[in-house]
Design a binder for this molecule. Sequence first.
Ligand code: PLP
Length: 349
Amino acid sequence: MTRLHAASTARSADWRLSELIYPVRVEAIGSPTPIQALPTLSRVLCGPQLYVKRDDAIGAGMGGNKTRKLEFLVADALAQGCNRLVTLGGPQSNHCRQTAIFAAKHGLCCDLVLAGEAPGSSLGNLLIDDLLGARLHFAGNRPREEVAAELIRAWQAGGERPYLIPLGGSTGLGALGYVRAMAEALEQIRDQQLDIDTMVVASSSAGTQAGLVLGAALFGYSGRILGISIDAPERKLRRWISDIALQAAALLRRTGAVGALEIEVDARYLGGGYAVVGSLERDAIRTMAETEGLLLDPVYTGRAMGALIDLIGKGAFDKHQNVLFWHTGGAPALSAFAERLMDGSPCHG
Ligand SMILES: *Cc1c(COP(=O)(O)O)cnc(C)c1O
């Protein structure tokens, strides 16, 4: 396998982090999220040296990747004079929870359109959405987009100014949050003299990986960015990533600089489907918690780490490699999946 040297790449002529002019954003992240080594997990797996980028530890909104996207999206909503945020997701959507936090913070009303029927009890993110004063609309068997569009029309008819944030905040504008995140990470990699040759990220509505991939092209990072698909077949996810990355590049006036984006997706870990917790996710969550004291989430990072552990077991990496896992958050959803997560645990058997 070719060794790639991110740290030396980061000092190359392509290193122009501060030159980009981004659209306005509302600051929510504060200082850079840490990159930490995972020495015990690396030893237990007998694989490459593992590191984690702690986007779960973003201060605002109980952490998570959507906060980086929402810095740009909410700034746009405010610039347009909107007074409500409308967005959609699964019942345990981390994106919806983070949107509700921005809304509360900026004095906006918040409508969340969630898939399926209202569950009997409010656990995990649903509880937090409720505490934040968001209005929950369960779409039942109708498409969420349709329900959201209907809401928007109704609010507009009533003289309100709603702002629609598409699924996962995955638009060109939202993806800029991960272009910035890539710049942030590359700066840390350079300063800490790490030699990260592979990054691994959970990929679903594609905005996160799109931002990372575009950032890699803009800043000259030549390592792999491996997206673990959470719920979409490979071709679909790759197309979304490329579309969103190009939209983001257009906003930065850098379409010419992009060339061929390196998009790598592994869609072999879809398991029982979206938000269906199986042994892959459960074991990964327990392994990470027991070795490093870090909490992954049941839907995204549990699956992506499960995939990484499986790939390491199959010899996909050698011991000299350095792999950075993007912890994109989601642990606030854990309690809603308690039954599936406790299954088969030796402590509760
Ligand atoms: C939404 C989400 C992802 C996936 O990010 P996309 O930009 O939708 O691909 C990964 N991890 C967590 C915890 C998320 O909430």
